[in-house]
Design a protein around this ligand. Structure first.
Ligand code: MSP
Length: 511
């Protein structure tokens, strides 16, 4: 049996509601999960919420409720927005789930029994919003080097994880496996960080109550990052159901933002090595989004909720814009203007018009029934067939590299090729001339066949649009039961079927 393709997002802190930055990772992960399902693979797609830690406890305190009440309220905002964004996760993990708590305690006990965890005194600085420990030498102007906010002095007896013990093995693993940390710039960052030497990590907090108590010392709770990283294996029943766990683990990719790279590319693999578990195949760190040129922040009041944009542009356009506009590994800037431009050019004009035109021609010239291909060829056919036969392979190669924007570029190259075909074959002229009737049949069939392929190609990125085109082509079953490249061959559309005009896919946005 082939292994399940396992893709994860980070689990989100529930101190705040989701915004377009947090949704960025999840939308990308969803497209990836759907792409692998489209290929006919078994997929496990995980997302969830990170509910322990000091800043969640403080957010609850500020709201005047218990931490549990707080997280129970906040988690709903995440579930709601994922549902609206058509996120197809197979499981939703919460770190307050009893199952997660049980697995995390088992895991840490294993490392303690092995001697990889020991008690010592921690003295240093702690950034509460980032939940990160820092050495005095790492601070920038006395503030958190990552987010620039105030840090707090921590001095307490903590348990430490022997991270240093795994430094050489980790370095070798990253050197030997060029794809383990992606993109390249992040891999270099991790390599140089490890080469500077790794110190053991504090992995417990004494004064905090909101966390998972250590099984070997109930007076301390697990450091929130140690707890959080374990979600990737607790969700698939590590230590509870070996058969299930082994059919899914290791993860094929952990998609994360660049600021949480060290946790995923250094601490997490070392934790797995300590537990004698295989490492994930890849950790991919994407860039950060700014809004109209500025970092999103509550104080600036420029935090954008996905709901706002979904209300205005629709779910598919939302997904399309974020995957198409930015190069995943790099930082990007959101602007309403660029979203409107993309929407009108790519969705309303190139794609939406193409679908309407083709359906309208079948209705007008063949009473809505897709004709049998006549075999009457023309010069325009070969370039169309070539574009159709190459597009999936190109998309696949781009998706292998998590280049969502390139994958969509290839699909739109195909959209352009079909639009050219429609223009060049000029069905409206063929219709005027009865001797061209066979050619008209062939041309219309080829156009419809192109839309069939296009609908399938779109499914991972714009599931609703894919399904709608499917309906317009007269299919009654779900497009999600169909696969590529299995059904990429030319000529699979059954002639004689009635098309349905329906509503336009992406009505133009007037400005
Ligand atoms: N809880 C941790 C992750 C634990 S994973 C074991 C965490 N949560 S977070 O809610 O702060 O961030 C989650 C993800 O959202 C990160 O991948 C982060 O990069 C992403 N983003 C948050 N703001 C972002 C932007 N402005 N732009 C792009 N992604 C950003 O970290």
């Amino acid at each position: 049996m082939s292994k399940t393709y396992y893709v994860t997002t980070p689990i989100y802190y529930v101190n705040d509601k989701p915004h377009i930055g947090t949704a960025y990772t999840t939308v990308a992960a969803d497209a990836l999960a759907r792409f692998h399902r489209l290929k006919g693979e078994k997929v496990f797609f995980l997302t969830g919420t990170d509910e322990h830690g000091q800043h969640v406890a403080r957010a609850a305190e500020r709201a005047g409720v218990s931490p549990q009440e707080w997280v129970d309220t906040m988690v709903v905002y995440f579930k709601e927005v994922w549902e609206r964004l058509n996120i197809s996760n197979d499981y939703f993990i919460r770190t307050t789930d009893p199952k997660h708590v049980e697995v995390a305690r088992k895991f840490i006990q294993k490392l303690y029994d092995k001697g990889d965890i020991y008690l010592d005194v921690y003295e240093g600085w702690y950034c509460v919003p980032d939940e990160s420990f820092w050495l005095p030498s790492q601070l920038v102007d006395g503030k958190c080097p990552q987010c620039g906010r105030e840090v707090e002095l921590v001095q307490e007896e903590n348990y430490f994880f022997r991270l240093s013990k795994y430094a050489d093995r980790l370095l070798k693993h990253i050197e030997d496996n060029p794809d383990f940390v992606q993109p390249e710039i992040r891999r270099n960052e991790v390599l140089s960080f490890i080469r500077q030497g790794l110190t053991d990590q504090s992995i417990s907090r004494k004064k905090l109550r909101w966390g998972i108590p250590l099984p070997f010392d109930e007076s301390q709770v697990m450091y929130v990052w140690f707890d959080a990283l374990l979600n990737y294996i607790s969700a698939i029943d590590y230590g509870l159901d070996d058969e299930k766990f082994l059919s899914i683990w290791p993860a094929d990719v952990h998609l994360i933002g660049k600021e949480i790279l060290r946790f995923h590319a250094i601490i997490w693999p070392a934790m797995l090595m300590a537990a004698d578990l295989p490492l994930p195949r890849c950790v991919y760190a994407h860039g950060w989004l700014t809004v109209e040129g500025e970092k999103m922040s509550k104080s600036k009041g420029n935090v954008i909720s996905p709901h706002e944009l979904i209300d205005e542009f629709g779910v598919d356009a939302y997904r399309y814009y974020f995957l198409r506009e930015f190069s995943f590994g790099y930082d990007g800037n959101f602007s309403r203007e660029s979203m409107i431009v993309r929407y009108n050019a790519d969705l309303a004009n190139a794609l939406g018009n193409l679908v309407s035109r083709v359906i309208a021609m079948v209705e007008r010239y063949r009473d809505g029934s897709v004709p049998e291909p006549s075999g009457c060829k023309g010069d325009a056919d070969a370039p169309l067939r070539e574009a159709a036969s190459e597009v999936f392979g190109r998309v696949d190669t781009a998706m292998e590299r998590f280049a969502f924007n390139e994958a969509l570029q290839h699909i739109w190259d195909f959209v352009d090729a079909v639009n050219r075909y429609v223009d060049e074959t000029a069905a409206w002229d063929l219709f005027k001339n009865p001797s061209q009737s066979d050619r008209l049949d062939e041309v219309l069939y080829n156009q419809v066949e192109s839309l069939r392929l296009l609908a399938l190609l779109l499914v991972p990125y714009m599931p609703n649009a894919g399904e709608e085109i499917w309906r317009k082509l007269g299919y009654e079953d779900s497009i999600h039961q169909h696969h590529l490249p299995a059904e990429a061959g030319w000529g699979l559309f059954p002639p004689g079927r009635k098309v349905n005009k329906g509503k336009p896919l992406f009505p133009r946005i007037q400005r």
